[in-house]
Design a protein around this ligand. Structure first.
Ligand SMILES: Cc1cc2nc3c(=O)[nH]c(=O)nc-3n(C[C@H](O)[C@H](O)[C@H](O)COP(=O)(O)OP(=O)(O)OC[C@H]3O[C@@H](n4cnc5c(N)ncnc54)[C@H](O)[C@@H]3O)c2cc1C
Length: 430
């Protein structure tokens, strides 16, 4: 009987369960990517994997239902595994390994360790990015940034509202400027990942309801009066804390205004490329995690007196999913590298004509990767039979997470809308 159990009743035999260890799954992923990663990327991936492996065994983590993934945040933060998008020189972290391609490696290692935990760090990152972009060396903003990047606190981003989901630029939450430069916020936000666990939130509001031109962006300390929160239950990701927040005359002091009236819309769009690529990477990471399980399982599970991988129905299907995942991984990694290169070249100010085309590519990758994750996670679980859908492994988490990745960061239809608009723009430019 396996001692570190995450399950109610053991379904998979000891020998296979042991082989499905995190170490073996990591080795499978590493062997697949060794050839295409640069030395820096490979070394970073290995370092992050080693940290997760030691962390799992030292803390006897089972990934079972009783564990709180938010308890792990400070330890990962101390090691610099909450985000690696930039070196964070402004808060004296000076990470040597950084950029979207390194962030890919961070997400891959964390996602294979625990997909819901990786998703929660992603939600903190989308709170970090606007603060980093607009801290203007204001001490309270730098303080919040440091707490978030180093994992002392958790963060969330408040865009979605009960009546404004995909249509994110016509918000109903209002902001009213006061004589002293502070703002009063009123409205309701919903589906905000991490919010019930967050100290810091970045929120959008508008000076006039449903008018995207007068939006503003705010940093909020969730302990301020006027903030009330309820947890939204998402059964697909039971360990994530998702919030519905009521902002009632919530006063945001002047130094916490990241973007005044008229700046909100621009701020909303500027982070789209890294945000969508990070979701694409989470999708790919889920594919690798699910494949690692299914490949190990199918090589050991015997039916009709042979390993099920040897039946074409199983082996050829796994080969198909593996090939698709490899191809998509190469594409997204190349895109991440190009983004880093341009970001370096233009010192973080990528010119509009390049950035617009990258926005469409980021949408294409988010769209394709979410669709691939849906296919790979569902099909690999099926190829494992009952073992793939019970609670003995992380497969159940992969199915749940892949379900959510289709919705967050803009649904499939919204990505299609963005892409079709780009096609129109390209035609007009001919
Ligand atoms: C688990 C989870 C975590 C989330 N985390 C966050 C977060 O951290 N912060 C945050 O702000 N939000 C978050 N969201 C919200 C998420 O971004 C929205 O759910 C998403 O944008 C869709 O909005 P909606 O749910 O209101 O659906 P709606 O916008 O009502 O869409 C319903 C359907 O209509 C389709 N549709 C809408 N408009 C169009 C169109 N123009 N053309 C074609 N089809 C269209 C959609 O594709 C969808 O199928 C999260 C959601 C979930 C489920």
């Amino acid at each position: 009987m396996n001692e570190n159990k995450r399950f109610e009743t053991q379904v998979i035999n000891d020998e296979i369960l042991e082989k499905l260890s995190l170490e073996n799954r990591y080795n499978f992923v590493k062997d697949n990517l060794r050839v295409i990663l640069s030395d820096q990327q490979f070394n970073f991936l290995e370092k992050a994997q080693t940290f997760c492996l030691n962390y799992e065994s030292k803390n006897k983590i089972t990934h079972g239902p009783d564990e709180d993934i938010y308890d792990w945040v400070p330890d990962f933060g101390k090691e610099g595994y909450i985000t690696r998008q930039t070196p964070y020189e402004c808060i004296d972290l000076n990470y040597e390994d950084y950029g979207i391609a390194i962030e890919f490696m961070r997400i891959l290692a964390l996602d294979n360790f625990d997909p819901q935990f990786a998703m929660s760090t992603g939600a903190t990152v989308i709170c970090i990015n606007p603060i980093y972009a607009h801290h203007e060396n204001v001490p309270v903003r730098l303080e919040a940034l440091k707490e978030l990047v180093t994992g002392q606190e958790v963060g969330c981003l408040l865009i979605t509202e009960p009546e404004r989901g995909s249509d994110a630029v016509h918000q109903q939450t209002t902001c009213e400027e006061q004589e002293d430069g502070s703002f009063l916020l009123n409205g309701t936000k919903i589906f905000n990942t991490n919010a019930p666990k967050s100290k810091w939130a970045v929120s959008y509001a508008t000076a006039e309801e449903s008018n995207g031109n007068v939006m503003a962006q705010f940093l909020i300390n969730t302990s301020w009066p006027g903030w009330t929160i309820e947890r939204v239950n998402i059964p697909w990701t039971p360990k994530l804390f998702i919030g519905k927040e009521y902002l009632e005359n919530l006063r945001v002091p002047k130094e916490y205004v990241l973007g005044g009236v008229g700046k909100g819309r621009e701020h909303l769009f500027e982070g789209l490329i890294p945000e969508r690529i990070a979701i694409a990477v989470r999708c790919i990471s889920a594919c690798w995690g699910a494949l690692a399980h299914a490949v190990i399982y199918a090589n050991m599970r015997r039916q009709f007196e042979k390993e099920i991988l040897l039946f074409q129905g199983v082996g050829f299907s796994l080969a198909d999913l593996w090939a698709k995942t490899t191809g998509m991984t190469h594409g997204v990694l190349k895109f991440a590298e190009i983004y880093d290169e341009k970001n370096e070249k233009y010192k973080g100010q990528i010119p509009d004509h390049i950035s617009q085309s990258m926005v469409s590519s980021a949408s294409q990758y988010k769209y394709n990767c979410a669709s691939l994750a849906k296919e790979v996670c569902f099909e690999t679980a099926n190829l494992m039979g009952g073992a793939g859908v019970c609670d003995n492994t992380l497969m159940y988490d992969y199915i749940g997470v892949s379900r959510i990745l289709e919705v967050v960061g803009g649904t499939k239809q919204v990505q299609q809308l963005i892409m079709s608009r780009s096609l129109r723009k390209m035609f007009r430019a001919l």
